[in-house]
Design a protein around this ligand. Structure first.
Ligand SMILES: [Zn+2]
Length: 424
């Protein structure tokens, strides 16, 4: 979604000035409020209430709630409850998010007030607003909603509670609990909504997958190698990849068991992986078609680490470049192509020489392109297995390779191929 487009739709829905709505949206998004929530805040601010007329809400089964409903009354079981703070115009709001279900279906909800919702409770939500999120209906429990906890229990064909494995997390999930081992963690200082803020970011893993995470309130328990239970995390999308987020309400406890890290990445066809919009830890196999420009010897800006051309950084102007090695290679498996990006270490391996060797090589030849050419001679036309993180965005489909290995045709494969040829 795009701010301009959202502002236009909101303004026309609510009958207010587009510029005003746009400015408000911009401000919220700068404060890291997801666009969807920002939109909802503005609907409340301008009194839209989710559109639609003033007709009384109808009582519906959860599975029957549609985006055409303005508001509904539903009875269901609370599957999950996540708690989070969002900031709007300088004020912090604590919201509760999760899923509600009956035997006909389940639906996400956001509660703007503390209704005391608890996992497993059966509730009747009278006059719950309905909004649309990615084409699906969601419930909005606010001032005009009347929430009642019932004694009778609604049976649901879904798991009650937020425990999930990493492979089952998707962007938009709230109130999830995970048990993981910390693979990597680093402390970073970011320019956040309260000025300079320290956060933790890194990678967590369980038996099913590896995912990136961010802890917005750094916790000392989160150390490399620790096996931890995280209660109440939410999941966002970052460059097409689900990322685990810990809020101030997330509870982190040490486990008395060791969580095993998944040893293998998800194996996908390239076309499938690219259409999926990205993946954190995937394995792709294909033929190396070409080595792209910008490979071999490159120079980076000493300030921002971006690759520079002719000593000019796009952000920092003329700078003293720092030499580095990198390879950008096109991998194809017949279903699609990605650009595989090898860092210095992997590039040194395929080049069979160090950065210093490459600098000598270029000096002797009086041409720095010889390094990229030598790399291309070694890898183009061969089959490779690549493991790493795939992002799909305006820069194309790029896979940052952590593993890059030649696929050797096994003797058995060769025999099968030979037999197939003979029998034709
Ligand atoms: Zn720079």
């Amino acid at each position: 979604m795009d701010i301009d487009q959202t502002a236009e739709e909101l303004a026309s829905d609510l009958g207010v000035d587009k510029e005003e709505v746009r400015d408000d949206l911009q401000k919220l998004v700068e404060y890291d409020v997801p666009l969807e929530e920002a939109t909802q805040s503005l609907r409340r601010k301008y009194g839209g209430g989710g559109g639609g007329g003033g007709s009384a809400p109808s009582t519906k089964d959860v599975g029957a709630v549609s985006t055409d409903d303005a508001s509904v009354t539903v009875t269901g079981r609370v599957l999950t409850v996540g708690k989070r703070t969002i900031r709007y115009q300088g004020d912090d709001f604590t919201i509760f998010e999760g899923e509600l279900a009956d035997d006909t279906g389940r639906i996400s909800y956001t509660a703007w007030n503390d209704f005391g919702l608890a996992e497993g409770d059966t509730i009747r939500a009278g006059n719950a607003g309905v909004r649309e999120w990615e084409g699906r209906p969601e419930l909005n429990l606010g001032d005009s909603t009347d929430v009642e906890t019932l004694d009778e229990e609604v049976d649901v064909p879904y798991e009650v509670g937020g425990d999930r494995s990493l492979a089952d997390l998707s962007p938009g999930d709230r109130g999830r609990n995970i048990e993981v081992t910390v693979v990597e963690v680093e402390e970073r200082t970011i320019d956040g909504r309260d000025g300079e803020t320290d956060i933790l970011s890194g990678v967590v893993a369980d038996e099913s997958a590896r995912l990136p995470f961010t802890d917005w309130n750094p916790r000392p328990e989160i150390e490399e190698g620790a096996s931890l239970r995280f209660e109440d995390v939410y999941v966002r999308e970052f460059r097409g990849v689900p990322s685990v987020n810990c809020s101030e309400f997330t509870v982190v406890t040490e486990l008395d068991r060791e969580v095993e890290e998944s040893a293998t990445a998800r194996k996908l066809g390239i076309g499938e992986a690219v259409r999926g919009g990205g993946a954190f830890d995937v394995e792709l196999v294909g033929s190396l078609l070409d080595v792209r420009d910008g490979s071999g010897l490159i120079q980076r800006c000493p300030e921002c680490n971006r690759v520079i051309q002719n000593g000019q950084c796009r952000s920092h102007g003329e700078v003293e470049g720092v030499d580095d090695l990198r390879t950008k290679a096109i991998l194809d498996d017949g279903t699609g192509t990605v650009t595989v990006v090898l860092d210095r270490e992997s590039t040194e391996r395929v080049y069979d020489g160090t950065l210093d060797d490459a600098l000598d090589h270029a000096r002797d030849a009086m041409d720095k392109e010889v390094v990229a050419e030598s790399i291309a001679d070694d890898i183009v036309g061969l089959e490779y297995r690549v493991r790493g993180s795939l992002s799909v965005d305006e820069y194309g489909a790029n896979l940052d390779a952590e593993e890059f290995d030649r696929v050797e045709e096994s003797a058995a494969d060769r025999a099968t191929t030979l037999l197939a040829e003979v029998s034709e």
